[in-house]
Design a protein around this ligand. Sequence first.
Ligand code: AP5
Length: 213
Amino acid sequence: MNVILLGPPGVGKGTQGVLLAEGKSWKHLSTGDILRANRREGTPLGQEAQKYMDAGELVPDELIVAMVKDTLAAMPSDQGVLFDGFPRTVPQAEALDVALEDLNRNVDRVVVLEADDDVLVKRLSGRRSCPDCGSVFNVYMNPPALEGTCDKCGADLVHRPDDNPETVQNRLTVYAEQTEPLIRFYEGREGVMLKIPGVGSVEEIQNGILAAL
Ligand code: AP5
C-alpha cells in the first residue's frame, strides 16, 4: 500500500507517521527527515537545501523528486510506503504518479490531517526533536521524562531552527499557497482521500487514521 500523509506544519505528520509505519511495517519516507540527515552529514544536497529550510521555503522540486526516486528504487518492490511531507507541490505529485507507475504502484490513499493555525503555532513553539533517532516531544503537551534528553536513545534534544515564530508563519503561508492545492489534485480520485481531524490525543488521531484506512 502507498499512502500519503498530507497536512500543514505541526499537524502531527511525523508523530502519526512513525506510529503508522511501525504498526503496518511500511517504509516511513519523510522528505524533511532525509533532508535534515543530509544537512547533518554535510552532503551537497544538505548544503543546498539548508537555505530553503531555514527560511521556511520549499526545496526545489527537482532535488526532492530525485531524492524520493532514489529511495523508492532502493526498496523491495512489495514494501508499503508512507509518504510524510511529500508531495508538497502539484509538480511533485505529478512526478510521484509517474515514478510509482514505473514501479507498478499507485497512490492508494491520501490521509489529510487538519488543525487550526493557533494549534499548529503552539505545537511548533514547544517541539523538541531528537537528531539521532527522530523521536518528537513537546515541552507543553508531551515532555520527555528528563528535560532536554530523548526518552528513547538519550541524545540531547534540539529545537528545530525552522520552528522560530517568523519561519513558522512563512511555512504556514507556503503550505496554503503551494501544498493545499494538492487536496483538490487528489479529491477527484474516488475513494482515495481521507480527511482526519488532527486534534485530540495522539492515540485518538492514530485510531481515527487506522479506522479510516
Ligand atoms: P518537514 O520536516 O516535512 O516539516 P513540516 O511539514 O513543516 O512538518 P513538521 O515536521 O514541522 O510537523 P509535523 O506535521 O510532522 O508535526 P509533528 O509530528 O512533528 O519539512 C521541513 C522543511 O524541509 C520544509 O519547510 C522544506 O524546506 C523542506 N521540505 C521537506 N519536504 C519537502 C518537499 N516535499 N518539497 C520541498 N521541500 C521540502 O508534531 C509537531 C509537534 O506537535 C510536536 O512537538 C509533537 O510532539 C506535537 N504533537 C503532535 N501531535 C500532537 C497531538 N495530537 N497533541 C498534542 N501535541 C501533538
